[in-house]
Design a protein around this ligand. Structure first.
Ligand SMILES: Cc1cc2nc3c(=O)[nH]c(=O)nc-3n(C[C@H](O)[C@H](O)[C@H](O)COP(=O)(O)OP(=O)(O)OC[C@H]3O[C@@H](n4cnc5c(N)ncnc54)[C@H](O)[C@@H]3O)c2cc1C
Ligand SMILES: NC(=O)c1ccc[n+]([C@@H]2O[C@H](COP(=O)([O-])OP(=O)(O)OC[C@H]3O[C@@H](n4cnc5c(N)ncnc54)[C@H](O)[C@@H]3O)[C@@H](O)[C@H]2O)c1
Length: 494
C-alpha cells in the first residue's frame, strides 16, 4: 500500500450500516439501526428518497385509483346510475394532479424521518468494490467516493421487465413506470400480464370507460387468491366489458399502419388498441451493483437469495430485503424485512415475522386476503366450513349504495379456528385486518358470534359470514337460535 492509498484508507468514511436504496425496506432498516444508536448511511440513486414505492409503484398507482374513483363518481353510481359523473371530461392531466401533491408530502415525511433519526442520506449510484466497501458515483463528471461499513442492507428493489421483442416507446407502448407519464388518455388499452400490476391498471383504466383487453399467457391468474373471489372478480370485469384473454401467449408487439400497437397472440387472434401496457413482471435492480466484488450472485431475474429468518445473504454481514429477494414483493412486507435485517445485524433478537400477512389488490373492485384459501385448506386435508356475506346484505352497504362486494371466511371444523378471510369490494383492504388480528391471536368462530360490532358498518359482514358458517357446521341440528342467544348455543354445541 503506498502513502497516498493509506491516507485514503484513514480518511474513508466508515459507517455501522450502509443501506442501498431508500424504498420501504431500506428506510425501515436505516431507521431501525439508527434507533439502536448506529451510524447509518442510505445511498439512493434518485434525486429524491422513497423508492419505487413512492415514485412509480404503490403510492402513485393508489393515488391514480383514488383520483379515478372520485372524478368518475364511481362510488356513487349505485344510487345515481351509471351515467353519473363528478367531472365530465377527464383528461390525463386531471389524473396526475392529486398524485403529484401526495408524492411531495410522502417525500417530505421521509426526509424529515431520516433527518430526525440522524440517518445520513446521499444521492448516487452504489457499487461494491469489496465485501465491506462501496463506491458511490454521484454523476458522470464527479470523482467516485468510497465508503465502508460493518454491515450492508441491499434494498435496491426492482425495475420493470422489458423484453427486446416489445417496442417500448413511452408514447403508445409503456411499461408500468412509464404509464405514469401518460399525456393523453387512449380510447382502448391492451394490458399484457394479469399479475397484480396488470390487473390493477386494467381495472383502473376501465373505470374511465377505456376499452381494456387484459392478455395473460396462463390459463388462470392471481393464483394465490381464493378461486371463488376470482370468479366473482371475473364476473364483475365481464359486466364492465373488460375483455379477459387467458391462455394467450404474446409472440410479439408490433405497430399497424396507423401506428397503433398490435399484440400478436400465438393463437392468431391479435389485439389492436390505441395503447399497450406491458406488465409481465419485474427484475431485481442489481445489474449495476457489481455484486461479484462482494462475493454474491443473482438468479436469472436479478434477485438475491437470503436466509428467510435473518435476511442474510451468503455473505453474513450483507443483508438483502424488499423486492430484490422476491415474493411477496409488497411495500408492507418489505418494511418488515428491513427492520428484521437491521435487528439481526445489531444483535437485537427480533420477533419472527407473523405467519400471516394480508395481501391487498387495489383493483376496481379491490380485493384482500389473509390466511388459507379454500384450495389450500382442501390440499392440506383440513376439515373446514365456509361462510359467505354479501355487502348488499349489510345496512352500511345499503347506505353506500353497494351492489356488489363479498366476504368469505373459512373455519376449521375441528378447532373452530379462523383459517382464512377473503374479501372483494369496497373497503376490502381495510376490513381484512380484523380477520388478520383474530387469526394471529388464534381466534375461533366464537369471537365473531359473541362480539358486538359497530352498526351500521361493512364489518358486519364478519358477523353475517360467521353466522352462515355456524349454521352450516357448528349449530345444533335444531334451527339456529337468534343471534343474542348464540354464545350459549355454541358452548352447547362444542
Ligand atoms: C405499480 C406498482 C404498484 C404497487 N402497489 C403496491 C401496493 O398497493 N401495496 C404494496 O404493499 N406494494 C405495492 N407494490 C410493491 C411495492 O412498491 C414494493 O414492494 C416496494 O416498493 C419494494 O420496496 P424495496 O424496499 O424493495 O425498494 P424499492 O421501493 O423498489 O426502491 C428501491 C430503491 O433503490 C434504489 N437503488 C437501486 N439500485 C441502487 C444503487 N445501485 N444505488 C443506489 N440506489 C439504488 C432505487 O433508485 C430505488 O429508489 C407496487 C409496486 C408497483 C410497481
Ligand atoms: N397491491 C399490491 O400489493 C401490488 C400492486 C402492484 C404490484 N405489486 C407487486 O409488484 C410485483 C410485480 O407485479 P407484476 O404484476 O409486474 O408481476 P407478477 O409477477 O405478479 O405478474 C406478472 C404476470 O405477467 C404474466 N407474464 C409473465 N411472462 C409473460 C409474458 N412473456 N407475456 C405475457 N405475460 C407474461 C405472468 O403470468 C403474470 O400473470 C408483484 O410481485 C406484486 O407483489 C403489489
Amino acid at each position: 500500500m503506498n502513502a497516498h492509498s493509506s491516507l485514503v484508507e484513514q480518511s474513508m468514511p466508515r459507517f455501522d450500516l450502509i443501506v442501498i436504496g431508500s424504498g420501504p425496506s431500506g428506510r425501515r432498516a436505516a431507521i431501525q439501526a439508527a434507533k439502536l444508536g448506529k451510524q447509518v448511511l442510505v445511498v439512493e440513486r434518485n434525486p429524491r428518497v422513497g423508492g419505487v414505492s413512492v415514485h412509480t409503484g404503490t403510492i402513485p398507482s393508489k393515488a391514480l385509483r383514488e383520483t379515478v374513483l372520485n372524478l368518475t363518481g364511481w362510488r356513487e353510481r349505485g344510487f345515481y346510475g351509471s351515467a353519473y359523473r363528478v367531472k365530465k371530461d377527464i383528461s390525463a392531466a386531471d389524473l396526475w394532479q392529486r398524485g403529484a401533491k401526495i408524492l411531495e408530502h410522502e417525500v417530505d415525511v421521509l426526509e424529515h424521518q431520516f433527518a430526525r433519526n440522524r440517518v445520513t442520506t446521499v444521492q448516487g449510484e452504489a457499487r461494491f468494490l469489496s465485501p465491506n466497501r462501496i463506491e458511490l458515483i454521484r454523476s458522470r463528471e464527479a470523482e467516485p467516493e468510497h465508503y465502508e461499513a460493518d454491515f450492508f442492507v441491499i434494498a435496491c428493489g426492482t425495475r420493470p421487465y422489458r423484453p427486446t421483442h416489445v417496442p417500448f416507446d413511452g408514447k403508445t407502448v409503456f411499461d408500468s413506470d412509464e404509464i405514469l407519464k401518460l399525456e393523453t388518455l387512449p380510447r382502448s388499452l391492451t394490458v399484457v400480464g394479469a399479475g397484480v400490476i396488470g390487473v390493477e391498471y386494467a381495472t383502473i383504466f376501465s373505470a374511465l370507460e377505456i376499452a381494456v383487453t387484459l392478455v395473460e399467457p396462463r390459463a388462470s391468474f392471481l393464483d394465490f387468491i381464493d378461486r371463488e373471489l376470482i370468479e366473482e372478480f371475473m364476473h364483475e370485469l365481464r359486466d364492465r366489458n373488460v375483455s379477459l384473454r387467458l391462455g394467450s401467449e404474446v409472440k410479439a408487439v408490433e405497430f399497424d399502419g396507423a401506428g397503433r400497437p398490435v399484440c400478436r397472440i400465438a393463437s392468431g387472434r391479435d389485439v389492436t388498441s390505441d395503447m399497450l401496457l406491458y406488465a409481465a413482471g419485474r427484475m431485481g435492480a442489481t445489474e449495476g451493483l457489481n455484486l461479484a466484488a462482494a462475493g454474491l450472485e443473482t438468479d436469472h431475474r436479478g434477485r438475491l437469495t437470503v436466509d428467510a429468518k435473518t435476511l442474510q445473504t451468503k455473505v453474513p454481514h450483507i443483508y438483502a430485503a424488499g423486492d430484490v429477494i422476491g415474493f411477496p414483493s409488497l411495500a408492507s412486507t418489505s418494511m418488515e424485512q428491513g427492520r428484521l435485517a437491521a435487528c439481526h445485524a445489531f444483535g437485537l433478537a427480533p420477533q419472527a415475522a407473523p405467519e400471516h400477512f394480508p395481501y391487498g389488490i387495489y383493483a376496481v373492485p379491490e380485493m384482500s386476503t389473509v390466511g388459507m384459501s379454500e384450495e389450500e385448506v382442501i390440499q392440506r386435508k383440513i376439515p373446514y366450513e365456509c361462510g359467505i356475506a354479501r355487502f348488499r346484505e349489510t345496512s352500511r352497504g345499503h347506505i353506500m349504495g353497494l351492489q356488489s362486494g363479498m366476504m368469505k371466511m373459512i373455519f376449521s371444523k375441528k378447532t373452530r379456528r379462523l383459517l382464512g378471510v377473503h374479501i372483494i369490494g369496497e373497503g376490502a383492504t381495510e376490513l381484512i385486518h380484523i380477520g388478520q388480528a383474530v387469526m394471529a391471536l388464534k381466534g375461533t368462530i366464537d369471537y365473531f358470534m359473541e362480539s358486538t360490532f359497530n352498526y351500521p358498518t361493512l364489518a358486519e359482514a364478519y358477523k353475517i359470514a360467521s353466522l352462515d358458517a355456524w349454521n352450516r357446521a357448528f349449530a345444533p341440528t335444531a334451527a339456529a337460535p337468534e343471534v343474542p342467544d348464540m354464545p350459549e348455543a355454541i358452548e352447547d354445541a362444542a
